[in-house]
Design a protein around this ligand. Structure first.
Ligand SMILES: [Zn+2]
Length: 436
């Protein structure tokens, strides 16, 4: 399959480090507040990526972190009048609830920085020993000038970056591009280290968690496009310095979300919280709306997009509901199909979900025809279920009891014999049970 690699800006054939296995890491939220709907895009996108790899039969391990040691958390603790740990716990729980309400599946690892402090000290110490980092007055900085290819991911020229950056008056860096691996602090939550009391830098936290969980290199590193610089660029720089690799073979970035044409961001005050959004729109609708745009492209959130997605969601549900009924009444064999070549053909092109949705729409049409003709229902139903499994779409389909089945076949008989009064009575009962 082909994946667009942000590192090389090319569509590349995907080859895992170890055959049949995939190690994947996606930057998770800084847990100081409720996340907005823009933050859900990477969660939903990489949930789909994870599902597709599993569909392909890979043994895939997926980690996404909580940034729970961060100056933003220290500020939130002050504002809320609780401890930093209480802030982190509160918003980790809130985020996990968001994931659940958006029907994102379980993943393999959800590391927290707080559990990797020892690894962070060791990591920074090694960088200092290699002369890739230096200590100034309790801060530790990374020496960007010693890394070749800096700026490779974000396609920025190091000289241009340097002239654009400036050293703040209170900073003690050798060069404006150097970034903090450890920062001295006397304010809020702080940790003891060989360099004094302080907290680790965000860019270091992610690399350390990746190295701790997976080792020095992974297959896929993902995140939102706004993390390319400086966050991901600086993750790569540290990995080049210490392990002589780009941390991941494939870097994947999802596009951002615009709200009525403007970029959604907390700092712009232009955002909708995920927990509020899901009250108005269910998870399937949100996913169908999101996946209609390729993950790399920016996505414009408008009422129109969601109205369309809602209509499609209802069409899918109605067809599946009807098929589910016929399948159960006739004891048709479903769930046998494990692969549909057409799905592979579409998704092997860098997870082309817009085309997968077009295919899904065709399958729904086919299913409706199959239901009318009473033929080939199982195969089409199975194909739809495979698409749903990859996109993370969930439909509550009724499981009929023996009594339900009897009522249903009686209803069919009454209709056949044109006994409409009795048929109507049964119809009401079946509708109440959400069978019809
Ligand atoms: Zn990260």
């Amino acid at each position: 399959m082909k994946i667009y690699n942000s590192l090389t800006d090319k569509l590349e054939e995907f080859k895992p480090i170890e055959e049949g296995k995939i190690k994947m890491y996606v930057c998770g939220p800084t847990v100081y507040n409720y996340v907005h709907i823009g933050n859900m895009r990477p969660a939903i996108t990489f949930d789909m990526v994870y599902n597709y790899f599993k569909y392909l039969g890979y043994d895939v391990k997926y980690a996404s972190n909580f940034t729970d040691v961060n100056p933003k958390i220290i500020n939130a603790a002050k504002e809320l009048g609780i401890t930093e740990r209480e802030v982190a716990d509160k918003f980790i729980e809130a985020y996990l609830n968001d994931l659940k309400s958006f029907n994102c599946g379980e993943i393999d690892y959800r590391p927290r920085v707080i559990n990797h402090m020892e690894d962070i000290y060791n990591f920074i110490t090694k960088l200092i020993e290699k002369d890739m980092a230096y200590v100034v007055d309790g801060d530790v900085y990374f020496r960007v000038s010693k890394v070749k290819d800096y700026g490779m991911l974000s396609n920025q020229d190091i000289e241009e970056l340097r002239s654009g950056a400036r050293v703040e008056v209170d900073e003690k860096k050798e060069s404006p591009l150097d970034f903090a691996l450890w920062r001295r602090t006397e304010d809020g939550e702080q940790f003891e280290s060989p360099w004094g009391m302080g907290i680790p830098g965000w860019h270091t936290e992610c690399v350390v968690m990746i190295n701790s969980i997976f080792g020095s290199k992974i297959d896929i590193h993902g995140g939102g496009v706004d993390l390319k610089f400086p966050h991901h660029e600086n993750e790569i720089a540290q990995s080049v310095a210490l392990n002589d690799n780009y941390l991941a073979n494939y870097w994947m970035h999802n596009g951002h979300i615009n709200l009525d044409g403007e970029k959604m961001s907390k700092s712009l005050g232009n955002f909708i919280l995920a927990k509020d959004f899901i009250k108005e729109h269910d998870a399937n609708t949100v996913k169908l709306a999101l996946f209609k745009t390729h993950y790399r492209l920016p996505l414009n959130f408008t009422d129109e997009v969601f109205k369309e997605a809602k209509v499609l969601d209802e069409k899918i549900y109605n067809a599946l509901k009807q098929a589910n009924l016929v399948i159960q009444v006739n004891s048709l064999n479903v769930g046998e199909l494990k692969e549909d070549k057409k799905i592979n053909e579409i998704m092997d092109e860098d997870f082309n979900t817009p085309n997968l949705i077009t295919y899904l729409i065709d399958l729904i049409k086919d299913l409706n025809v199959a239901l009318r003709n009473n033929s080939n229902i199982e195969e089409i139903y199975d194909k739809i279920m495979l698409v749903n499994q990859i996109l993370g779409l969930k439909y509550d389909l009724y499981v009929m009891s023996e009594e339900d089945k009897e009522l249903y076949s009686k209803w069919l008989d009454y209709r056949k014999n044109k006994d409409f009064n009795k048929a109507d009575e049964l119809r009401t009962i079946l509708a109440e049970r959400n069978i019809l």
